[in-house]
Design a binder for this molecule. Structure first.
Ligand code: GDP
Length: 359
């Protein structure tokens, strides 16, 4: 499955956050594999629609979609020089499908900041500079070869020019992800450039920042078009220690938050990876299935079982909202809200589906 790699300067709260991510024991029943890899945290994607479906279909359980985060250990400053840990650090990031950057905005005199002060902008630059330098090395190696190839094969010229534009963006100290209007990122895929991956920024904040709308807006703008998530890693860790809903609610209230920050992180991670869900429901389970945005009905069926993709005939589809409004599958059918879709149908988030297939 797709993963987000967690990176950040030392002492920003990465371990605290990652421990909270891996302590999601709620998943163990449905996802026994979730604890196999020590450096992978699997978080459920909160989805209130599943409870509603479970009620409607008398499902025995609900199975949410999940998002996987990988803890990428290693130093950051100087990583692009490729020595020792730096090499491993970059190789691990290369394997991740998106980059989740943890930025410290909490103030705590007991926790040293590597640069001696809280400065989110400068921290982001420090990390991005290493990634940008690594990408420049990759491009500097690839460009002469691409230019040579473009000389003999005219059709390769646009790819070379695209790579040249990418170099200009990086030379200006910008990530490729932030320049997706100027550079054709899919066209650079074979180079596996680090800064072309989608970015997600997690601001590890204290209560002062969490409740400060203006500060949040300012930081959100700083990292756009990437998603920004605000949470307090220490509070997230404490929340997972609590086992009754009342205490959870009280702790959230005391820090002025409507829900755990991990919920927002799961949603943002899912979005950053370009994923969406569709839903199935029956007596056994109400379940959210993960598909890429833009997936067709047969591709969606293939997520349940590869045979379903091969033997796909059609999909019976109703949007979650229409289904809830109708009150039952039968009522949705008589209201004409249930559609028969063929193999070219592009799935929408929240489609409730039953597949017809040959096996
Ligand atoms: P890492 O080096 O990025 O993995 O950072 P750690 O998770 O080890 O955190 C470094 C220190 O900061 C530890 O003493 C944590 O308890 C503390 N810490 C982490 N998150 C927060 C936070 O949100 N608020 C405060 N006050 N301290 C935190």
């Amino acid at each position: 499955s797709l993963t987000l790699g967690i990176v950040g300067l030392p002492n920003v709260g990465k371990s605290t956050l990652f421990n909270a991510l891996t302590r999601n024991d709620v998943l163990a029943a449905n996802y026994p594999f979730a604890t196999i890899e020590p450096n992978v945290g699997v978080v459920p994607l909160p989805d209130p629609r599943l409870d509603k479906l479970a009620e409607m279909f008398s499902s025995a359980k609900t199975v949410p979609a999940t998002v996987s985060f990988v803890d990428i250990a290693g130093i950051v400053k100087g990583a692009s020089e490729g020595a020792g840990l730096g090499n491993k650090f970059l190789a691990n990031i290369r394997e991740a499908n998106a980059i989740c950057q943890v930025i410290r905005v909490f103030d705590d005199p007991d926790v040293t900041h590597v640069d001696g002060r809280i400065d989110p902008m400068s921290d982001i630059e420090t990390i991005n500079t290493e990634l940008i330098l690594a990408d420049l090395q990759t491009l500097d190696k690839a460009l002469p070869r691409m230019e040579k190839e473009a000389r003999t094969k005219k059709e390769l010229r646009p790819a070379f020019e695209n790579a040249q534009r990418a170099k200009e963006v990086l030379d200006a100290g910008r990530t490729l992800f932030s320049a997706q209007k100027e550079v054709d990122l899919p066209g650079l895929r074979e180079l596996s450039l680090l800064t072309a991956k989608p970015f997600l920024y997690v601001f590890n904040a204290d209560e002062g920042v969490l409740t400060d709308e203006a500060k949040r807006a300012e930081l959100t703008k700083l990292v756009a078009p990437a998603d920004a998530v605000f949470l307090d890693a220490k509070v997230e860790a404490e929340l997972l220690e609590l086992d009754d809903e009342e205490s959870v609610r009280e702790l959230l209230e005391s820090v002025g938050q409507p829900e755990p920050g991990l919920y927002a992180l799961a949603r943002a991670g899912f979005h950053t990876l370009g994923l969406q869900t569709y839903l199935t429901a029956g007596p056994k389970e109400a379940r959210a299935w993960t598909i890429p945005q833009g997936a067709t009905a047969p591709q969606a069926a293939g997520v349940i079982h590869t045979d379903f993709e091969r033997g796909f005939i059609k999909a019976e589809v109703v949007s979650y909202d229409d289904l809830v409004e109708a009150g039952s599958m039968a009522a949705a059918r008589s209201a004409g809200k249930v559609r028969m879709e063929g193999k070219d149908y592009v799935m929408s988030d929240g489609d409730v589906v039953e597949f017809r297939f040959n096996v």
